[in-house]
Design a protein around this ligand. Sequence first.
Ligand SMILES: [Cu+2]
Length: 240
Amino acid sequence: MKTFAAKLGAMVLVAAIAQPVLAGGGVKATAKFDGERPRRTVLKMDADQYCATANKKADGSPKKVGSEEAIVSKSGMIKNVIVYVKDGLGDAEFEVPTEKAELDQKGCMYHPHVQAVQAKQPIIVKNSDATLHNIHSFAQKQKAFNFAQPKQGDEKEVSFARPEIVKVKCDVHPWMSAYVGVFDHPFHAVTEKDGTCELSDLPAGEYTLAAWHETFGEVEQKVTVADGAAAEVEFVFKEK
Ligand SMILES: [Cu+2]
């Protein structure tokens, strides 16, 4: 039999969990594909002997690397969709995170293939390969960068001053591409392979959310966010 104190303790604990801890709410987003599941192709990296053998399985045997422009699971969930607040934040200004994002070149692929950052947030571009890469941003709304990283371990800090979704390519290896979503607020996330991602700490209010994918385009949804709750939003991309 529990003592009164133990019962009281349990009650207090339940009460504490039931209380919303943070102001603001969140969004749980899913990205689904409506159409025939696209097939990924095996990338041919023979143009650079280093790249051709750079990706290995744990046992040392060669590992095939698939194209990343459309990664859809068997159940239709889409990876690498950027979900972000497109409208509804008004004139609010947000502190720039000091946390450094990273764009790594490893196995002659960009890691991550898609990411989202805040404008002016530092991004470390690094070369983990013992071969030459050339990093070329195709920014439209700001100065593009284009520089080489010839050596393994090379690092350079870059940032994007203005919001836009920037494509990055390697001029040496045509199969290498990445996207960096740049936003003037922190409410952005990228879907995992299960097609989900979360936005957190959004002030209560009404928003237009957008979900962007490099191949499938962009779709929008309106959502109402309440304090202490997570709204669920499903984005459906139709086959074109
Ligand atoms: Cu390269």
